[in-house]
Design a protein. Structure first.
Lengths: 410, 410
């Protein structure tokens, strides 16, 4: 597949992949900033700022931003993670230039005081809404307990207190510090012309200024261990998360990590599926990896009747202990590889999938994520590399967090 | 795009669309049965049966079913709606025949008593889990109140009581009545050979027996009107649904209905967005249509602080009343059309999207859903057809259901 890159004088980077069979195009602006880059008083500012981006620029009111996106039928959105804030749109090819015009414009927002005050109420409502969702609350508590004072434990939404206290001046200072040209990557995939696209970005973003946007606290971390029961009455299910260290996003061990997580806790046919879901002991159980810059986390999780939470935890420990001691089988490895091949291929059929994949790879490794190379690397995962993984990142060295009515997990 | 159909002597129907640029294939078995086809004592049996399909056949144990799917890396699943139960898989082309072998096999399940007993606990857990999700509970109550004794008000999951009381004999009788050849459609899309596929289905499903699977209660329905507050303490948000009649899935008015719903309550740039979401009055607000065989429903919904629920309801009523009286503008119509064009094209880029789209169209209208024809029909929606829609299905003739702490909605 034709992959292209370009670096502008400002420091802004651009990557793209053309897909001749596509009937649409997807474009995203990836800003390397998120909850982990916030100081204490700024808690929640990355996510709040993401909302504010849609509230207007010198050229557009909030109404214009929405109308202009809507007029071209764009599917557009944004999200904030612990370390990235991403703005993206998928459109028909004839509207790609307009989509870029809007995205580039909103990335230089007005941040007006009146809009800031109005949006604060939206953010506070969103915080409340998530408090109603036990699965999401369980994760918030688990990350905080696992990471302690490490920056990856910082909450994305912020708290009612931090968001209430936040000022527009603090937000502007954060914006000036983080939304600099060299801290942003533009990614495009699908039906488009590369040369015209480079010119378009130069035209729309050529004036962006730069500065050094450093990230501190990029260190590996292992959780404190132990079992932590966060008691929450009034919900029916207990949510339990078992967390262990795993490789960072830039590590070549990431292929082994993903493969192993599938063997342990994929939706179907995994160890946790057979031990917990199939016999009806839990509502759901899974295992996944959450790789970040400099540090990763593996999470085995389940939700069940609070009365069964302790018994099920003993089963999860047993499953992970067996994997730690004996690894996985040839058959499990083959299954995991076929699942990954199928997912990589199917995800690659969409411009939006490719746009995100090439951006993720470029940001963490500076490499082009060629689907065939990716498939070959997954195919190279072996029982030996699984053993090496387990020796370096034991899956039975757990920090356990329960959220729900159970006062103890045994 | 090359579209093919075939009807076997048994009554089983097959449709397919080949996509030369696809690198995968998707296949689905669509059974025309769901909650609306259940008698009172059978409540929940369609969904429970869907789970049981994965528990084994004369040729495969539950373990084999999962292992065989997993071995080929299939992305497979099933779901049950008010009127359809669907089993599907997406795979690499070289594994399509294996995927069909498994799907065809599990559609003739053993339904063993021991598996039935074990799975009952899983279903009861699932019912509990949904009770923890206010958004989902709100919908359950709203459908029940809107539809009353109409079959479309029947719950998909069933109740703790109905599922507890259900016997394996009742499930077998339901299966024999509903899973007959002429009540099933097979749909395939992506990278595959049509002639080989017809032969494959004949080989795997040729012995399926047939009988008349009728559906009763296919009548149009209008809700009772009024405002119904279902009080639920302990959740932070009030969920409010405003329901009105809209055209059935087989109606040619469906294009107008979808277009109007986007103008009223799409995520962005819609009337409800500007009236409620943008000023921060609610956490979320939307409008959508839910077309079924013989009857449709339009739902405008929002969630917010319980204290603001009544005031926001007045705003929703005002928005809908203005639409009812004055229709929408040219600009709103253009926006809605561009959004639909973009969504239809992007959804069509995936074999899974095409497999589902052609099946839905075929089941309700007996027509091939050609993307270009679909786009042309959406493009033909006019202010005149919007007016005709509103005259036939007034959007201000509402049944309102609130779920949350609010005792009254004003």
């Amino acid at each position: 597949m034709p992959f292209h890159t370009h670096r502008f004088a400002s420091g802004l980077q651009l990557i793209g992949e053309t897909l001749p069979s596509a009937r649409s195009a997807a474009v995203g602006f990836f800003v390397r900033t998120g909850a982990r880059d916030e100081t204490g008083p700024e808690s929640g500012v990355s996510h709040y700022l993401e909302h504010m981006m849609f509230k207007g620029t010198p050229r557009r009111t909030a109404l214009d931003v929405n109308r202009d996106f809507d007029r071209i039928g764009a599917s557009y959105n944004a999200y904030t993670s612990e370390e990235n804030t991403v703005y993206y749109a998928a459109v028909l090819p004839e509207y790609l230039a307009t989509a870029v015009d809007i995205l580039a414009d909103i990335l230089r927002p007005s941040l007006r005081q009146a809009d800031f005050d109005t949006e604060k109420q939206v953010i506070l409502e969103e915080i409340k809404m998530y408090q109603d969702q036990p699965g999401s609350e369980a994760w918030e508590h688990a990350r905080k307990i696992y990471y302690g004072t490490h920056t990856l434990g910082q909450t994305i939404l912020g708290t009612t207190e931090s968001v209430t206290a936040l000022t527009a001046e603090q937000m502007r200072a954060y914006f000036d510090r983080r939304y600099v040209a060299s801290n942003i990557l533009v990614s495009v995939a699908g039906q488009f012309d590369w040369d015209a696209f480079v010119k378009l970005i130069d035209d729309k973003c050529g004036q962006w200024t730069d500065a050094a946007a450093t990230r501190t606290g990029v260190t590996e971390h292992v959780g404190p261990g132990g079992v932590h029961a966060v008691v929450k009455e009034g919900v029916a299910q207990e949510h339990v998360l078992c967390l262990a260290a795993s490789p960072p996003a830039e590590s070549m061990m990431r292929y082994t990590a993903s493969t192993l997580a599938i063997a342990i806790g994929d939706d179907s046919g995994s160890r946790l599926h057979w031990a917990l879901v199939d016999p009806g002991k839990v509502e759901s159980a899974s295992c996944g990896v959450d790789p970040s810059q400099g540090n990763g986390m593996l999470a085995a999780s389940y939700s069940c009747d609070p009365e069964d939470a302790a018994e099920n935890l003993a089963i999860v420990r047993q499953v992970l202990s067996e994997v730690q001691t004996g690894g996985i089988t040839d058959e499990e490895l083959l299954q995991a590889k076929n699942k990954i091949a199928s997912r990589v291929v199917r995800y690659s059929e969409r411009p939006m999938g490719r746009m995100r994949t090439i951006a993720g790879s470029w940001m963490y490794t500076g490499e082009y994520s060629d689907p065939d190379v990716e498939l070959a690397r997954f195919d190279a995962v072996s029982l030996t590399s699984i053993r090496e993984y387990l020796d370096k990142y034991p899956v039975d060295r757990l920090t356990v967090v329960g959220y729900g009515p159970a006062a103890t997990l045994g």
